[in-house]
Write a protein that binds this ligand. Sequence first.
Ligand code: MN3
Length: 197
Amino acid sequence: MPFTLTELPYAGDALEPHISAETIEHHHGKHHAEYVQNLNEMVEGRPEAEMSLVDVILSVMEGPLFDNAAQVWNHTFYWNSLTPDGCEPEGKLEERIRQDFGSVAGLKEELAAAALTRFGSGWAWLVWDGERLQATSTSNADVPGRGEHVPLLNIDVWEHAYYLDYRNRRAEYVERVIEHLLNWRFAEENLLRATGG
Ligand code: MN3
């Protein structure tokens, strides 16, 4: 199989009490795994089987193959966007946040708004658009800026990400993720890579 399910970067219960082990078990072990399985079935015998995941996404950009490939990538990125070792933005990232949002609190508000105003399924993102940071959201499997923006971190706002723990209370899930789980070190690494340090 050309594409594999990435391991979680922490134990399945590491994000408790904010995200339960049961949610992680279903989200990673069933939802994410199914996107990987679908993707492998779809690329069988096609040139995409020899391509990197990112190249598949950027060369297809719509339809079921795009949806499954992007969901594989989006979920791996999501696991890395979360951490049980609480942290806050520092260094270059914090400087940039102050410049573009006024304050870390200002960014957190915009990120929460992006997550809460996304109608239906999708993703909230912090991205580097080439000139500044943006808090934004995408629908279903879509990637930010149609592949033109550099993702720094994301939050899954599909119902499967929070329904077992929060039922319909997306706002509570988003608030807890933003306050306790976001991996700002990962976001800073992505920003430094995008801006050449
Ligand atoms: Mn998901």
